[in-house]
Design a protein around this ligand. Sequence first.
Ligand SMILES: C[S@@+](CC[C@H](N)C(=O)[O-])C[C@H]1O[C@@H](n2cnc3c(N)ncnc32)[C@H](O)[C@@H]1O
Length: 283
Amino acid sequence: MKDILALISPGKPFLPDSLNAMQLGHANAMRHLWLTAAVSLFATRGTGIRILEVGSWMGASVLTWGAAIDRFIPGDSEILCVDTWAPYLAADDINIDGAYKIMDRAASTELAYSVFRHNASCVSKKTRVDHLRGSSKQVLSMLRDRAFDIVHIDGSHYYADVLADLVEGKRLVAEGGLLCGDDLEQQISEVDEAFLRANIDRDAVVDPKNRKPYHPGVTLAVSEVLGPVSSYTGFWTMRRQGDAFVSVDLAGASPFLPGHFSDEYKKTVLEWAKTSGFFQKQS
Ligand SMILES: C[S@@+](CC[C@H](N)C(=O)[O-])C[C@H]1O[C@@H](n2cnc3c(N)ncnc32)[C@H](O)[C@@H]1O
């Protein structure tokens, strides 16, 4: 598989929509802006940074972390990816959506792991990318306290898994570092709590009152471990200050969309950036 990918996409990322490599496609592409914004907050530090990512799938977010490090971080840096690269979705979720079926198949055939390794090899050599293959429950406990400047939680969305990842993630963030994650479309105060609690073992649901989709396991676990968090179109982040975690304002940050996004994706995100008014509001 390694040779086939090198032939199909020599030295360049391979991120086909047909494999859901970019994760929810255009609708979710702006989340990468927040990853770059988070790294830009470390630009003045003058040293390399260490990032831990729980859930790397085919490496789209790893490429974004790498591109952001290239742009903002002067020193050599490291990214450690933790993933099972194995099927993890419950049958009820797999059957609901074509994208989930593709993910499940790509994971069970080792395609996801092969594509991840290909894409990780495309990150610039300034950044060392390592990976540990295994469930986050097993792997995170082996890592030392406060070892990472950014801990990005983007693994399983099921409540018990997210809760465990957050508890460990908190332990692993260095002083001044960021604990962050994806897929927090709504916080607990925004949704019907009884419905939320009845659905913590589903990947995603639609809130019966506000009719907006969200990931109930992420919403409940984040609220229990951190309370209300700073959130940006699904991306959330908090900064370690001693033993506390405080909110993070990304207004002064410098988001950008890296080179592994096609022109079509860039157009969608730039259009969103203009129409959402987010940046104007924040500046
Ligand atoms: C939403 S995808 C990650 C997307 C990726 N960060 C990106 O932006 O391209 C979730 C990933 O979490 C991984 N995963 C699910 N459960 C896991 C667990 N218990 N431990 C480690 N990884 C897990 C899956 O294999 C999958 O690759």
